[in-house]
Design a binder for this molecule. Structure first.
Ligand SMILES: [Zn+2]
Length: 706
């Protein structure tokens, strides 16, 4: 079951710690070694016996299957005799038996996933939907995961071993070099086996879970009280009570300050200084999430506050504690917690023996070297200085480092937000009204009338508690759910815009489960793909309202905005990647050493790709991202996501008919990202579409307005 938008990130992060099965385990305890010697001699005898029974052509498949099983077999699973009996009973020696086994596994696993998904959805009903107060126990239901122990159960009852004995585990190299030639059934078998490609000891998973919780908590509580920031003249630039979470809220405040003609620039510079202090850990510890102190981030002077703009009681440092004592490298100590927990998984993952390998080869299924090359292609593109000069002329001043978050490329709409709100509220007074109109909306997007009806019938519309999300199904008898927010006076424009985005997810979810040849291939390669498909819908929301679509100039501005955002996050991703390599190269590093390394990596990336454009060296801002601490090498997903979105959008433009093209793309299924993209657009994942669109946007902007 897939939840788009809301929880997707956490889930994909957790899945990046999954493990493949391997030829031999790297650091095996002695008892396992002696057991594998026993299993090995048992395998030799079984090979002779079963090849005699089924024929020579089955030798390689049998050997592979037995090795895969042996790699996960533990003493608790039985002795060599039990292993032999298991292989004899469960090896599908006849092709017809193998076919039956494949179909039955596929159908039973669909039922399992589907019903687990239904339980999860029902249990989260009170939390997710606009159904009145949430009581304490509702949260317990919402947090309960009925599928949490499935992997353990399936190894215990040996169904996982049945799969491993009969279907192949594959490496990323195999998928990349041979995957083009695999049949769809082979791909489905690959995904089937992959479900059981890991058996991480419970205590290792537990520690990993604790590391995620500990780092998220650190990030979630890292607030800066803005009214307590003092400039050199003693002024408070920010309003009372404003408490901003690092780094997201701080960054968004920088973006918002572009429209503050009076104090905007001073505020932005001050936030940049705060961020610098966070990265270098020269921030005084007492000012983190604490409004009892006033702080000048330039001089680093701290004093007890003279204004009270808060209600909660917050700790005041006792006597003897220096107000200027810097945060004791806690940021990097937390990152080390993350790193050490992931390293515990390494011994169970010999062909992807580091978290870096697992993150790229297993979770993303794109090799790290390729992603690095794609990021560098954007960072060193000659389009960067061209866009930078446009920003400078729009700002009327030279760029400053925080302008990596420039957000002024916003298109001017023909309609005001209030006008749009009115149009939408009239059209959709209730969620029911939106539901009823879905077939029309889909026809407008180019789906045939029959297909539009079919798709709309597969989407249940629910009133969301939050802003909205799309909840996929995992079995064909179930429906997808579109959660949308409708205010008392009817839906507003923002709600409509989100609903259209979520509907894009729902349509993808329906097609990629119900209309695909094998349910084992259900879905898309990763979240970037479903997001890109949802953006295709969302980007056409005005046309769906029967209004004029944005003109070429607006479209060009939007493209430049995306390009600049990709340029910014591509550097951040490179920093994230280099820091993880550094941690692996220095396994005994202290938090202080990790800080120094991160600061120097951030500066290096800045000096190489940003300093020539910004005219300033040694900036550390790229190291401020919170996800660098709590999401374990997740950041490369962002820039790659932008590129995927441009590739899909470019293909939609080329094809003209969105409906037909959407159906074709959404039924490719969960093959590797490159193979998916080749089937969808003719080229592997890359930056070319983004760069071409940016070039075109520059040309369109330079053209005289009609
Ligand atoms: Zn989404």
């Amino acid at each position: 079951m897939r939840i788009a938008c809301a929880l997707v990130m956490t889930l994909s992060v957790l899945s990046s710690v999954v493990l493949p099965a391997q030829e031999t385990l790297a650091a095996e305890p002695a008892s396992i070694q002696s057991q594998s010697i026993e299993l090995k001699s048992s395998m030799d005898k079984l090979e002779t016996e079963l090849v005699a029974k089924y024929g020579e052509s089955h030798r390689a498949r049998l050997r592979r299957g037995m090795t895969q099983v042996a790699n996960f077999w533990r003493a608790e699973d039985g002795d060599a005799a039990a292993f032999a009996e298991f292989v004899r009973t469960n090896f599908a020696g006849e092709p017809a038996t193998l076919d039956t086994m494949f179909s039955r596994l596929q159908s039973n696993l669909e039922q399992l996933d589907g019903h687990m998904g239904e339980i999860g959805r029902e249990f989260r009903q009170q939390s997710d939907l606009d159904l009145g107060p949430i009581l304490g126990f509702d949260d317990l239901f919402a947090a309960y995961d009925p599928a949490a122990h499935l992997n353990d159960d399936f190894f215990k009852n040996k169904l996982a071993f049945v799969v491993l004995l009969n279907f192949p585990l594959t490496t990323l190299e195999q998928k990349l070099s041979e995957g083009d030639k695999w049949s769809r059934r082979q791909w489905a078998e690959t995904r089937l086996a992959q479900r059981f490609s890991k058996r991480v000891p419970a205590e290792v998973n537990l520690e990993l879970g604790r590391a995620y919780a500990e780092t998220s908590k650190y990030i979630a509580e890292y607030n800066i009280w803005m009214h307590h920031l003092i400039d050199e003249k003693g002024n408070r630039l920010f309003p009372p009570k404003l408490r901003l979470l690092s780094h997201w809220n701080l960054r968004d405040e920088i973006k918002a300050d572009y429209s503050d003609a009076k104090d905007g620039l001073a505020k932005q510079r001050m936030i940049q200084q705060v961020m610098d202090r966070i990265v270098t850990q020269t921030i005084p510890a007492v000012v983190v999430d604490n409004p009892n102190y006033d702080w000048n981030p330039y001089t680093n002077e701290v004093k007890p506050t003279t204004v009270k703009d808060f209600d909660e009681s917050k700790a005041i440092s006792g006597p003897g504690v220096s107000l200027n004592a810097p945060e004791p490298n806690t940021r990097y100590a937390k990152l080390l917690v993350a790193h050490k927990a992931t390293r515990k998984v390494d011994p169970y993952s010999p062909t992807a023996p580091t978290h870096i390998d697992r993150s790229f080869n297993e979770s993303r299924e794109i090799p790290e070297a390729r992603i690095k090359a794609i990021l560098e292609q954007v960072l060193s593109s000659p389009l960067v200085p061209q866009v930078a000069r446009i920003i400078e002329s729009r700002l009327g001043r030279p760029l400053e480092p925080f302008d990596i978050w420039y957000n002024g490329f916003r298109p001017r709409g023909t309609y005001t937000e209030a006008q749009l709100d009115e149009i939408v509220a009239k059209k959709y007074p209730t969620a029911e009204a939106y539901k009823k109109d879905m077939p029309n909306l889909l026809v407008k997007l180019g789906f045939s009338k029959e297909r539009a009806e079919y798709l709309a019938n597969n989407i249940v519309v629910d009133p969301a508690r939050g802003s909205g999300h799309a909840l996929g199904a995992a079995m064909r008898s179930a429906k997808t759910h579109l959660r949308t927010r409708v205010e008392k006076g009817g839906m507003n424009y923002k709600g409509f815009n989100i609903a259209v985005h979520e509907m894009g997810h729902n349509v993808e979810q329906t097609l990629s489960l119900n209309d695909i040849d094998y349910t084992l291939l259900e879905g898309v390669p990763n979240t970037a793909f479903t997001e890109a498909l949802a953006f295709v819908f969302q980007g056409r929301d005005l046309e769906l309202l029967g209004l004029e679509k944005p003109d070429a100039q607006s479209h060009a501005l939007k493209t430049l905005n995306d390009f600049w955002g990709t340029y910014e996050i591509a550097g951040v991703a490179l920093v994230d990647m280099a820091v993880w390599h550094w941690m692996y190269d220095h396994p005994n590093a202290t938090a202080a050493e990790l800080k120094d390394a991160t600061v120097s990596i951030s500066r290096d990336v800045w000096n190489k790709y940003y300093a020539p454009v910004f005219g300033k060296r040694d900036v550390v801002l790229l190291g401020v991202y919170s996800h660098m601490i709590d999401s374990f090498l997740y950041l490369p997903d962002y820039p790659v996501g932008h590129m995927i979105a441009f590739q899909i959008e470019e293909q939609m433009d080329k094809a003209g008919n969105i409906g037909r093209e959407f159906e074709r793309m959404a039924t490719v299924g969960s093959v590797t990202p490159d193979l998916w993209m080749k089937k969808a657009t003719g080229a592997p994942v890359g930056a070319d579409a983004l760069l071409a669109a940016t070039q075109k946007a520059l040309t369109d902007l330079a053209a005289p307005k009609k």
